[in-house]
Design a protein around this ligand. Structure first.
Ligand SMILES: Cc1cc2nc3c(=O)[nH]c(=O)nc-3n(C[C@H](O)[C@H](O)[C@H](O)COP(=O)(O)OP(=O)(O)OC[C@H]3O[C@@H](n4cnc5c(N)ncnc54)[C@H](O)[C@@H]3O)c2cc1C
Length: 418
């Protein structure tokens, strides 16, 4: 059984490994010079920069199944967040998962005591529910869901908008409440982490695992056509390959072009400004993410090297400031906006030394996930013939969705071919 996998993002790498482990002869073609797709890292002047701020939730069932988390040397962000606005900052955390922050959380006046109790109740309720069922439950928008559960306007504006806006890349909270419930459960049942060597260590490990299982991974080779004719003919920029099956694990737009299956087209964009400061300049947030409660520019500032010291060289610290959506401003103007936001949150501090290291403008980070979005997604076996789809857009837009999709696509191909 010979299977071609087109695309070496998380979904394609997981599919390749499962198929090779099941005994298939697997060739994976990745158009780019390296695997990882939307998850990648690079080193600039001794700083590790992920392509856009992103994190792994250790609670993801697929991460527990597919990754050797121990080998990734995971570095953890403190739970909750620091809510920041001009001249004020406060901590809101999970008192159960983060007892050290229980007192400041209880004293936090940005949200009401009722909100804190509602958070605890939600945590208990979601712990009882199976992760697999959550995404297909009754669906509404995150905003309507929070309102229906009685959360205050202050909670929604100061915490939910920047925090969940950061996760779903839209501050209007119009995303599916199923995505909110799923991520809320993951946040309260596991840690928020990055590998010490950067998020790119995740696909690097998945590639090694696929190769160890027997798959061949070829980068710099683009798949240009996939024709199902009983078997499958895969056209690439370096020749034609005949196979028994193909798994198309590209981004959704390319997958639609290669298979004719309709895939989600609405893209969520974001821009991350990687900045550095002298290490001694304390931001008084530890490894807790800063939320912009006042406006969305930037939406969040993540203290990367406070969580993962390996991300910055000695004497410096690394911050990742993320803006939601495309940004017209040039890099220097974005850096200036970050400096102004930090100066307003920390009037006692001086940010003259803030240096912009790089700016990542990610046009397609996630696909839009409005309420009920799951009913519109293609199934992994939607294409004609022995051709399968693997990608977050068959599940939901996250590392969990991508890896789960890879496993399901491999399972569907294996079942048919056997
Ligand atoms: C900035 C940002 C922040 C994010 N934050 C988080 C987060 O905090 N937590 C979380 O869980 N998720 C997050 N996500 C989402 C998560 O990264 C994605 O859902 C996941 O990586 C998608 O993986 P995939 O394999 O489905 O697709 P992709 O990563 O898009 O992989 C597709 C691959 O196919 C290749 N390809 C395309 N066309 C061809 C072709 N013709 N031939 C061969 N190869 C081709 C591409 O080069 C690419 O490598 C974030 C994403 C971004 C970009």
């Amino acid at each position: 059984m010979h299977v071609v996998v087109a695309g070496g993002g998380l979904a394609g790498l997981v599919a390749a490994r499962h198929l090779a482990a099941a005994g298939a002869e697997v060739e994976l073609f990745e158009a780019d010079e390296r695997v990882g797709g939307r998850v990648r890292s690079r080193v600039v002047d001794g700083f590790t920069l992920d392509r856009g701020f992103q994190v792994l939730f250790t609670g993801y069932p697929a991460a527990r199944r597919e990754l050797d988390m121990e080998a990734l040397s995971l570095r953890r962000f403190a739970p909750g967040a620091t809510i920041a606005a001009p001249n004020r900052r406060s901590t809101l955390s999970d008192p159960l998962g983060d007892p050290g922050a229980a007192v400041p959380t209880l004293l936090n006046r940005e949200v009401t005591l009722g909100d804190k109790l509602r958070l605890l109740r939600l945590q208990v309720e979601l712990r009882r529910r199976d992760a697999d069922d959550i995404l297909d439950g009754t669906d509404t928008s995150v905003r309507a869901y929070l309102r229906d559960r009685g959360f205050s306007e202050a909670f929604v504006e100061r915490f939910a908008e920047p925090f969940y806006g950061g996760i779903t890349l839209e501050r209007s909270l119009s995303t599916s409440s199923g995505v909110f419930e799923y991520t809320f459960k993951m946040l309260s049942e596991g840690d928020t982490v990055v590998p010490a060597a950067g998020m790119g260590a995740i696909p690097a490990q998945l590639r090694r695992r696929a190769e160890t299982a027997g798959a061949t991974v070829e980068t710099g080779r683009e798949v240009t056509d996939v024709v199902a004719d009983g078997n499958v003919t895969v056209e690439t920029d370096a020749g034609t390959v005949a196979a028994d099956a193909a798994v198309v694990a590209t981004d959704p737009k390319t997958a639609a072009e290669l298979t004719g299956v309709e895939t989600p087209t609405d893209a969520k964009a974001c821009v991350t400004v990687h900045c550095s400061l002298p290490a001694h300049q304390s931001l008084d947030t530890g490894s807790r993410i800063l939320l912009n409660a006042a406006d969305a520019r930037p939406n969040t500032v993540a203290p990367m090297s406070a969580a993962a010291p390996e991300y910055a060289p000695d004497g410096r610290q690394l911050l990742a400031a993320t803006f939601l959506g495309e940004q017209d401003d040039d890099d220097a103007a974005l850096g200036e906006t970050v400096r102004e936001a930090l100066s307003s949150w920390y009037p006692e501090n001086h940010f003259g030394d803030l240096e912009v290291l790089a700016v990542d403008r990610v046009g397609f980070a996630q696909f839009a996930q409005p309420p009920g979005f799951r009913a519109e997604l293609p199934a992994v076996d939607a294409p004609e013939g022995p051709v399968y789809l693997a990608g977050d857009y068959t599940e939901w837009s996250a590392i969990q969705g991508a890896m789960e999709s890879g496993r399901r696509a491999a399972e569907a191909a294996r079942t048919r071919l056997q």
